[in-house]
Design a protein. Structure first.
Ligand code: EPU
Length: 418
């Protein structure tokens, strides 16, 4: 298992090119199962989660090619069963449920299982698909869904923590091939959901309202092949923005999707970081003293839970008391105990991290537990004295394309070790 050795203290300067979005690409890849025709997707990041999804598509019978950021999928025939061994590798595989049900009239998809960032039920996905007329049973760890015909319906997708991103995707994909009109209330309005809606529309789907909490989908008989370019990854861009801030450096984030990063940009500015939109990117610059800040995650356009861990790392280096609450995944704080091993003064009160910043962390061996927690540890390592080793970096490789090479190119001392 690879690890990163980071010698902290270098000030990052230069330009980082932001990749295509992981969380757009995954459901868009699943959507290619909705048609027999060829789909071509550009700016797909080369990540292990993407490779898992491509393996899933191949297992289901699709012909798949991936080169230079372009994926071609042709699913002339599809199998209807997605087994545990594939689904357990990545929770996002659950978004084949809607497409398989719509394409095959029945499907059997393994329940995704536990996740280190908290309880992640799929009750809203199932409720939405049932409202479209499918019969669903849970048996021996599998979701078995059947529908001789999907029929449009009015569906509310609000759960105890707000809407659901992949649940909205699943229902929107199935509704695209249902008879009649579906209205999804409390739909997720995340940019990645809107990107999927645009891809579906280029396949012939009739969808209105993407980017809002109300989606209207008029079902069509069939979808056709399409070509699409995936949006930039707002979470990767946000993570590099924090890298600039935590090293008190300056980075130009080329292709950063500023229009999708409003709450992250506001949070950086609240901390005293300068963020300026330029042609072609975002310029992020920080110098001491930064200010402590208060954050609370919420659904888009609120502050993203996928940026919570990285801002915890930043807070640890900003003198004064910061408070960061996560209302989407209230237990997503595995990074706190690892940051404490690096000298952070931080406590958890229920779903709130209370952090008293210190001028400099000290390097230590730490363990990555999930994707964004691992990113937070790398960020902390960039600021810490001496050497930090972050083990189990396969978590980072799931969601960041060559993060070590990109950081090295702007001055970080980071090496991948076997
Ligand atoms: N929820 C339910 N019932 C459901 C589904 C979700 O109660 O049926 C709850 C969840 O437990 C959570 C909240 O609703 O409290 C939001 O979960 P959501 O369904 O929106 O999460 P997701 O769709 O499974 C996507 C991203 C996550 C990101 C969340 C929240 C992908 C592939 N994953 O997951 O990304 O944290 O939305 O924005 O798009 C990551 O990239 O690191 C990551 C975990």
């Amino acid at each position: 298992m690879d690890k990163f050795a980071i010698h902290g203290g270098n000030v990052l300067r230069g330009t980082v090119s932001v990749s295509g979005s992981k969380n757009s690409s995954l459901p868009i890849l699943a959507a290619t199962l909705l048609t027999r025709e060829r789909c071509v997707l550009h700016r797909v990041p080369d990540l292990s989660d993407i490779r898992y999804m491509l393996d899933m598509l191949r297992y289901l019978g699709a012909e798949v090619e991936f080169a230079d950021g372009t994926v071609t999928v042709e699913a002339k025939k599809v199998a209807w069963e997605a087994p545990y061994d594939l689904v357990r590798r990545m929770r996002a595989s659950v978004c084949v449920l809607g497409p398989l049900l719509a394409r095959c009239g029945r499907t059997k998809v393994s329940l995704p299982g536990g996740c280190v960032i908290g309880d992640r039920p799929i009750d809203l996905h199932l409720r939405g698909l049932e409202a479209l007329g499918s019969r669903i049973v849970l048996s021996k760890g599998y979701v078995i869904a059947e529908a001789s015909e999907l029929v449009g319906a009015r569906i509310a997708l609000r759960g105890p923590h707000g809407s659901t991103v992949l649940g909205t995707d699943n229902v929107m994909m199935a509704a695209s091939l249902a008879r009649g009109t579906t209205i999804i209330e409390d739909a997720a309005s995340e940019p990645e959901v809107a990107d999927l809606a645009r891809f579906l529309r280029s396949m012939g789907a009739r969808i209105r309202g993407e980017g809002t909490g109300r989606l209207e989908i008029e079902g069509v008989d069939a979808l056709h092949g399409a070509e699409h370019t995936v949006i930039s990854d707002r979470i990767e861009a946000g993570t590099f923005a924090v890298a600039a801030a935590i090293t008190r450096g300056e980075l130009l984030l080329a292709k950063a999707p500023a229009e999708h990063m409003g709450s992250t940009i506001s949070a950086l500015r609240e901390a005293g970081v300068s963020v300026v939109e330029e042609e072609g990117g975002l310029r992020v610059r920080a110098c001491d003293p930064l200010r402590p800040f208060q954050l609370r995650t919420s659904t888009y356009p609120g502050f993203p839970t996928d940026m919570q861990a990285q801002f915890c790392a930043l807070a640890v280096t900003v003198p004064g008391r910061s408070q960061i609450a996560d209302d989407i995944f209230p237990t997503r704080f595995m990074h706190i105990s690892e940051l404490k091993r690096m000298g952070a003064h931080a406590d958890l009160l229920a779903n709130v991290a209370v952090i008293d910043g210190i001028p400099r962390l000290s390097g230590a061996p730490v363990m990555a537990s999930d994707l964004r927690a691992s990113a937070a540890l790398v960020l902390a390592g960039l600021q810490a004295e001496n050497t930090t080793t972050v083990s189990r970096v396969y978590h980072i490789d799931r969601g960041y394309e060559q993060i070590d090479a990109k950081l090295r190119a702007v001055g970080a001392d980071i090496a991948r070790q076997p």
